[in-house]
Write a protein that binds this ligand. Sequence first.
Ligand SMILES: Cc1ncc(COP(=O)(O)O)c(C=O)c1O
Length: 397
Amino acid sequence: MFETLSRLNEDAILGVMAKYRADPSPLKIDLGVGVYRDAEGHTPVLECVRIAERRIVDAQVTKTYVAPAGREEFNAAVVDLVLGRDHLAVGDRRVIAVQTPGGCGALRVGAELLRAAAPDATIHVSDPTWANHLPLLGGAGLRLQRYPYYDAAAHRLSFDAMIERLQRAPAGDVVLLHACCHNPTGADLDDDQWHTIAELLSRRGLVPYLDLAYQGFGLDLDADAQGVRSIASRLPECLIATSFSKNLGLYRERVGALLVVGASEERAAAIRSHVLQIARSIYSMPPDHGAAIATEILTDPALRRNWVAELATMRERVRAMRRLLADSLRRQGGDDGYDYLAHQRGMFSLLGAPPAVVERLREEFHVYMTADGRMNLAGLTPSSVDPLAHAILRATR
Ligand SMILES: Cc1ncc(COP(=O)(O)O)c(C=O)c1O
């Protein structure tokens, strides 16, 4: 039977990671991987997570199933975190939330829901977008189209082109938006732009699908959710995929949630029944341990304060690396062409150079990033900033 399957190409990011591991140079710099790293190059277990985890292990009396929706206390806490306690849609009981295996699980369950509701709908994704969006959404059978989002040579949003394209999308189509810390560009919409997009989606009858994988990594937990909150206030329906992989460092525990805002309480209840059936048909129940940790942290005021502080430390470290790198490039290069790095948000930015430059950086300078020139600035330390700036300037000139 399996002779019909030919061998697939290696995943691009895993390929970069393998090359990095095989490089014996002590000077190598890893900007390829998609996780947070501290100044020692580790992806730490947060202290609040350690405390919560100990409590859970000590108190746990069973490992029996939870439910296809996961923990209801977790789901309620996630709605608070994402939409805020006083959101109108929450007051109207139009929001449903279901725990999922990570943000990927949420994205896929949401895509299956869209496919069930509107099999002919197209989902519009930003150009560029996170590479995994394509199989996660397309794998559910949704048709994909790209809208212009970022001008990599000019290092800025292509907002007018984005609006112009979305204006032509037919009513009932879906628009995927990165809620904050756009992956891979680091270029986010500002408040006015969110407003303009919400107005356009509402006027054109388009459905927003928000990917919130980095809440707290841009400005802070509330500011990073502003776009989501504004969309959910202005539109009758939307989907939100959220994740605790990055902001709680729970990557391997697979903790996320799918939130759906329905046009009425009855619609929301119907949506929920479909979401649960979809979950049941893919993985039955989400894993519990990470969600138990997240619940403990979100609902215990002292632990939550610890988390907010630890999250600020991670965020500020990345922002400091961005500033140091932009400064070093200005000092060594003599112009401000890389200042954009200091202003963009989250862990990622694009170098804006062709694949040949990315290859040269790897082969000559031991600097690793994905072929599209995506750099994870969390891979930097104060001592690797100047060598990286030097390598970038040499490789691009
Ligand atoms: C844009 C984006 N969305 C969603 C995710 C989902 O992450 P996870 O499934 O690990 O929670 C990621 C992870 O890298 C991401 O970058």
